[in-house]
Design a protein around this ligand. Structure first.
Ligand code: SF4
Length: 901
């Protein structure tokens, strides 16, 4: 349950699954450690990997990597638990049947060629992702824009940071991140806007905390919701959703009124007066903040020269996302606080290679190497470099429009690569239907177990993170190598090889004749040199002559890398990338979110991530350790709203929007404001079919960036009263079929929450069906009058599965019960440990498996008052540090309780 009152867990040691193809080999133990990169977020942490010879790996942070200096968060630390082959797709599939590569690739090439011949190049599309390596991404873009001749390639980065790209391009002339991660350590003030850095970019957050400790750096969080990032913040501005423009407009006006505008720096810019006029005309009251709060924030910002403004999805995922970005950039340009140590705007990306995708032009409105699709000279340069028969001349369909076109028949052939749009796109139910309706859909992925792969005509098995070679670029322009530590299993192939083969079979054998990712990297680097001569920022021409050995050994390097320059910051002395070398102020005004609350939909729905999961859980969901942090989808509801809705902790709620509905567990908390609710975006048809939250998100987009507004939908909320509630554990995967269920991995197998509208006649029969154990010995207790049932199914004297049922949400110690499958479990039906075994509570520290109750007991018994003291007593928070904000929250709650007693 989400209220944390009845859970315990002591997880057994985790072993990755064995890779069958190398199980019999015995000499791999001596394999050396190799350097690679974590695949989860835009921080881009360096890792050391070592294969164990049995298909598993060990992982540790790379102390020499500039992004993380050896640190990893809980997700990176658990990477070894995600490389098993349990759900892996190991051979191509065509129309649901295994097929040869030859048949599958020929079919893809034929169907794309036929569609282009009959309906034109714009009848086909590629939907790519920020999980692809730069070399893979480069080829996908080359195939579509230079050879097919359409710009219908877009990426899930459209959902992530397209607004930042648009804002950067409007202000700077290119999509340039001016600063570096080192600025976080050198800043005296870090402003987090729409960024829960503590959970979404934990290693960067650790850098901010270290700066706070070392130099007293102050932290301001600007977010409608109180997140884990607020725990160490000096100020939290809980502004109204979508009102960031008004706040930064006030800051710009105050900078001017306080004579804090850097007149020297203004010489590098244009448009200040118009931007200031717009800012002065805006009404800051729409933020809902008090004048005192606003004045305090503006004073702090103006009095602190070294200020870094970090922004992320809360800024980007908005119908005014581009304007929010420019409102922030306006303030940094006006004060000249940009491109110098410890100051500047810093966009942090959600995906590991979102930046690489931007560099290769993976968005439908960009060309490779930050060249402009609308510029004929740029198009000509790219076409010449590629020796391409054509080049796309107009922007293609952005993500939302692409799936609409798939749904209404304009797109006849669609290739989706390493992403799960049937879950992650707004209006996800409509997108799912559009993919199903598209005449021909190809999916490249590492598993069939995604909502999207199940809809495809052809599924191509790609190599996974630990098996791939290439490069990725993180949020501060650092390019790192990703290196294979494991052999490619089964018939899997690298994405670059799959794309190259399709390009060759479509009729361009020489243009797609690549033998290795290093060849592609050199071509990309050479094209960047041409782009630099055309006045673009992205320039890695200094790497264009790397030979294969040099590519293999390449150390992390921040671009630009050319004959005269390596890394560094941009714009301290101006030198912007508009034709006149000047930055542009962009006049912006507050616009409210597209959806308006109304009596039918009175709540504003915010969506986001949780600490230990990533995207649609296709990788992190494989880790029992990560699944232990939050094992069930939830809706945060303010206590006042919960009272009005007669909700108790652990109740289920039905959430409805104009586009979809969901059932989620209520989590009653004042972290959200009254009238606002929050849900996370990770759960899918594979893990919790009633919790596909993006089905509720309207596909309203920013008019400049095309990015959807994922954080300000409108919904209704009401209690969902089921006829029965259940909790189940088993050694083997179970597939419930009831109104609500949510399944998670555990160290012993699986656990599931369930609820249904129809009570079966006999729960033992139902349990046997659910677990697929018709012959197992049963130990059961049933009380039909009270609606109670507890059934344990034993095989060979060990617990194979157990089901607990009640008329109310089941009261058992879930984290304890989840450890019992595979053991003799004599007390399983009691649902709790024996009296001499203390209940550790929900796991807070994933690295050391320390539960909430253990920490609370230590705080009380030992009088602990600091996070460091808790770490010294229990180790909790001393490895990756991701749970430190939650430990701090427990400490402060304990101190409040003590003061009140
Ligand atoms: Fe991976 Fe965590 Fe580093 Fe992000 S912060 S790259 S998830 S280890």
């Amino acid at each position: 349950m989400m209220d944390g009152t009845d859970r315990s867990e002591i997880g057994p040691e985790i072993r990755p699954e064995i890779r069958p193809e190398i199980r019999t080999e015995s000499k791999l133990e001596s394999q050396p450690e190799i350097r690679s990169t974590c695949p989860y977020c835009g921080v881009g942490c360096g890792v050391f990997l070592r294969a164990d010879g049995q298909g598993g790996i060990s992982v540790r942070g790379d102390p020499a990597h500039p992004a993380n200096s050896g640190r990893l968060c809980s997700k990176g630390s658990a990477l070894a638990e995600t490389v098993g082959l349990g759900d892996r797709l190991l051979a191509p599939r065509v129309n649901g049947r295994e097929a040869s590569w030859d048949d599958a690739l020929q079919l893809v090439a034929d169907r794309f060629r036929t569609s282009i011949a009959e309906h034109g190049p714009d009848s086909v599309a590629i939907y790519a992702s920020g999980q692809m390596l730069t070399e893979d991404y480069y080829l996908a873009n080359k195939l579509m824009k230079g050879f097919i001749g359409s710009a219908n390639i877009d990426t899930n980065s459209r959902l992530c940071m397209a607004s930042t790209v648009a804002g950067h391009r409007r202000a700077f002339g290119t999509d340039t991140v001016p600063g570096t991660y080192e600025d976080l350590g050198a800043a005296d003030l870090v402003v987090l806007v729409g960024s829960n850095l503590a959970w979404c970019h934990p290693v960067l957050y650790q850098q901010v905390l270290a700066a706070k400790k070392a130099r007293g750096t102050r932290i301001v969080v600007i977010d409608p919701r109180r997140t884990a990032s607020c725990d160490a913040a000096d100020m939290h501005l809980a502004l109204a959703p979508g009102s960031d423009v008004a706040l930064f407009n006030r800051l710009l006006a105050e900078l001017s009124a306080g004579k804090m505008v850097d007149q020297t720096y203004l010489a590098h810019t244009k448009g200040f007066t118009d931007a200031l006029d717009a800012a002065r005309a805006d009404d800051v009251s729409v933020t809902g903040l008090s004048e005192a709060e606003i004045a305090q924030f503006c004073d702090l910002w103006m009095q602190t020269e070294k200020v870094v403004t970090v922004f992320s999805q809360g800024v980007n995922q908005s119908t005014s996302g581009s304007d929010k970005v420019n409102a922030i950039l306006n303030c940094h340009l006006a004060s000249g606080r940009i491109g110098r140590p410890g100051m500047g705007p810093l966009s942090v990306t959600g995906q590991p290679n979102a930046m690489g995708g931007r560099e290769v032009g993976g968005l439908a409105n960009m060309l490779a190497c930050h060249l402009d699709l609308e510029n004929p000279d740029h198009r000509a340069a790219v076409r010449e470099c590629w020796n391409a028969p054509t080049i796309a001349e107009a922007p293609g369909l952005k993500a939302v429009d692409m799936f609409r076109a798939a749904g209404d028949g304009r797109i006849k052939a669609l290739w989706i690569i390493h992403t799960n749009p049937a879950v992650s796109m707004p209006e996800a139910d409509a997108v799912r239907d559009a993919i199903a309706a598209c005449p021909f859909t190809v999916v490249s992925d590492i598993t069939m177990a995604t909502d999207t792969a199940r809809l495809a005509d052809v599924v191509l098995p790609a190599t996974a993170w630990g098996e791939k070679n290439g490069t990725v670029t993180n949020s501060d322009r650092t390019i790192s190598r990703q290196r294979a530590v494991l052999p490619a299993p089964g018939a899997t192939r690298p994405d670059w090889a799959i794309l190259a083969e399709v390009g060759q079979r479509m009729g361009w054998p020489r243009a797609f004749d690549y033998q290795s990712p290093s060849e592609i990297f050199r071509e990309h680097a050479a094209l960047s040199g041409i782009a630099a001569r055309l006045g673009r920022d992205f320039d890695i021409s200094g790497l264009a002559t790397l030979d294969d050995a040099g590519y293999e050994q390449m150390a992390p390097v921040r671009w630009p890398v050319n004959a005269t320059r390596r890394g560094g910051r941009f714009f301290a002395e101006g030198q912007f990338f508009h034709a006149d070398g000047k930055a542009r102020f962009v006049p912006v005004r507050y616009r409210s979110p597209a959806a308006k609350t109304e009596p039918r939909y009175p709540y504003r729905l915010n969506t986001g991530r949780v600490r230990d999961q990533w995207h649609t859980m296709t990788r992190t969901g494989l880790s029992p350790r990560l699944s232990a942090h939050l094992a069930e989808p939830f809706l945060e509801v303010h206590p006042e709203d919960a009272r009005r809705l007669t909700l108790a902790p652990s109740d289920l709620v039905q959430v409805q929007s104009p586009t979809g509905q969901a059932i989620l567990r209520a989590r009653i908390t004042d972290a959200v404001q009254p009238g606002q609710v929050f849900a996370s975006m990770h759960w899918t048809g594979e893990t919790a079919p009633s919790a596909r939250i993006d089905a509720l998100v309207a596909a309203a987009t920013d008019p400049v960036s095309g990015q959807p507004e994922s954080k300000a939908s409108v919904v209704s909320v009401r209690p969902y009263r089921a006829a029965w509630y259940g909790f189940a554990v088993s050694t083997a995967r179970m597939d419930p079929s009831c109104s609500y269920w949510a399944r998670a991995r555990t160290g012993a197998g699986y656990r599931a929450e369930m609820a249904g509208d129809h009570r079966p006649d006999d729960w033992e029969t139902e349990a046997r069906r659910l677990f697929g154990l018709p012959e197992a010995a049963a130990v059961s207790f049933q009380d039909a009058g009270r609606g109670l049932a507890r059934i344990a199914l034993m095989q060979d004297d060990v617990l194979a599965a157990a089901l607990f049922v009640a008329r109310e949400p089941v009261a058992v110690m879930r984290d304890y019960v989840a450890t019992l499958p595979g053991t003799s479990a004599p007390d399983v039906l009691s649902g709790r440990p024996s009296a001499d075994m203390p209940d550790p509570g929900p796991i807070l520290c994933s690295c050391f498996g320390v539960g909430v109750n253990t920490i609370l007991r230590a705080i009380e018994a030992q009088g602990l008052v600091t996070v460091d003291a808790v770490g010294a007593a229990l180790q909790a928070g001393t490895n990756c540090g991701s749970c430190q904000p939650e430990i701090a929250a427990l400490l402060s709650a304990a101190q409040v309780r003590e003061a009140a007693e």
